[in-house]
Ligand binder design. Structure first.
Ligand code: ATP
Ligand code: MG
Length: 358
């Protein structure tokens, strides 16, 4: 350690003389770059081996004014509290440096510097691998989902083309209808994918839980009644408001009700219940049915894209619902017993009635 630093760093407060060579050698062996600047004399008074290496042992780079203008660009314009003790990064000669400056006794600046090029590269690779995994998974699903109807359209049209001269107008119409049905299926899938990204920015607002559920039920009960399904509502007295985006909430409920109604196709006395209950600062919204239920093995796949047991399902309904609930800072769980029924519960932030007991 240079003499100037030795003088300044004698620890008057401990009353004990430091063994400077010991401290200097500790700093030398650290795997971090350390530089110490003296603000009063405008000099760099210490740099360890790693710091020198980071700056390529270039003496002019390792000079007070250069370090200040490189690492402490805001020193003159910002208060110390906004500068010191904070983490910064700097691209320096093809490397990425991470550094933290500290101030001691108003006269010294310590800067700890790390070369984080490798770490950030590894992090970005890990991130990319992760998203590539998801993307290829989603792509293979889309390929499969679009591939089936498109194959079927191709086959239908080529049969039609080959036999156009012989087929009666009725038969031609039948083939065209078949192709149109498959095209609607593609359209439906594209629509489902659109709804996956459409609500990227939820607009959260305070919604009256009872009002929302009552209105929702009034919109779906006609369809349900036509399928012979009865629908019930039970809202705990403690529940008043939910903090949600009403469009998202509506879509989530719709996806869950559609699943419940599909599950009730072969059920005697089919019934769906919508309930709301307060759990601390969260409201649990519950959609339950007494339908076919879900086997234990299948339960593990419910939120995977394109997982479906339905001939015309896209397998995106639950995944979209989960994504929307997550956007509203909520979570979702599904409990189901095969041949008994299914209960989907999702929790979202919500308020309580001021006079509520629970
Ligand atoms: N209430 C339920 N009762 C029984 N099974 C269910 C229920 N909800 C979901 N499932 C099962 O989970 C699967 C996935 O549901 P999801 O809503 O994601 O897709 P889907 O309903 O098959 O197709 P869609 O994309 O049209 O919604 C369903 O195919 C079904 O097997
Ligand atoms: Mg569904």
């Amino acid at each position: 350690m240079p003499d100037a630093a030795k003088e300044k760093f004698s620890p008057a407060d401990t009353g004990k003389k430091l063994d400077h060579s010991m401290y200097a050698s500790i700093m030398e062996t650290l795997d971090l770059g350390i530089v110490i600047l003296n603000l009063e004399t405008s000099r760099l008074i210490f740099k360890n081996r790693v710091a020198a290496e980071i700056f390529h042992n270039n003496q002019s780079l390792l000079e007070y004014h250069n370090i200040m203008s490189l690492l402490l660009t805001d020193y003159a314009s910002k208060p110390a509290s906004e500068i010191f003790g904070k983490n910064y990064t700097l691209h320096f000669k093809n490397r990425l440096l991470g550094y933290t400056p500290y101030i001691a006794s108003d006269s010294f600046i310590w800067i700890i510097i790390r070369d984080i090029t490798e770490r950030s590269r590894l992090e970005s690779i890990a991130e990319a691998v992760n998203s590539m995994d998801n993307i290829s998974y989603v792509f293979s699903g889309i390929r499969h989902e679009l591939g089936n109807p498109i194959n079927s359209i191709k086959m239908t049209l080529s049969v039609l083309k080959r036999n156009l001269a012989e087929y009666s107008p009725d038969a031609v119409e039948k083939y065209v209808d078949r192709a149109m049905t498959e095209i609607s299926r593609v359209e439906f899938l594209l629509q489902a994918l659109k709804s996956f990204s459409i609500f990227e920015n939820p607009e959260l607002q305070s919604i009256d839980a009872d009002e929302f559920i009552t209105r929702f039920i009034s919109l779906v009960e006609n369809d349900l009644r036509q399928s012979g399904i009865s629908i019930g509502k039970a809202i705990d007295p403690g529940v008043t408001t939910i903090i949600a985006d009403p469009r998202l909430l509506h879509q989530v409920m719709l996806n869950l009700i559609t699943n419940a109604s599909d599950a009730l196709k072969d059920t005697q006395q089919p019934k769906i219940n919508i309930r709301a209950a307060q759990h601390n600062s969260l409201v649990a919204l519950i959609v339950e049915d007494n339908g076919c239920g879900i086997s234990r093995e299948a339960q593990a796949s419910l939120f995977k894209p394109f997982y479906t047991t339905k001939p015309r399902g896209t397998g995106l309904g639950l995944m979209i619902a989960l994504k929307m609930v997550t956007l509203m800072q909520g979570n979702m769980e599904i409990k189901s017993v095969k041949n008994k029924g299914t209960r989907v519960t999702f929790f979202i932030p919500g308020g309580r009635k001021k006079n509520a007991q629970s």
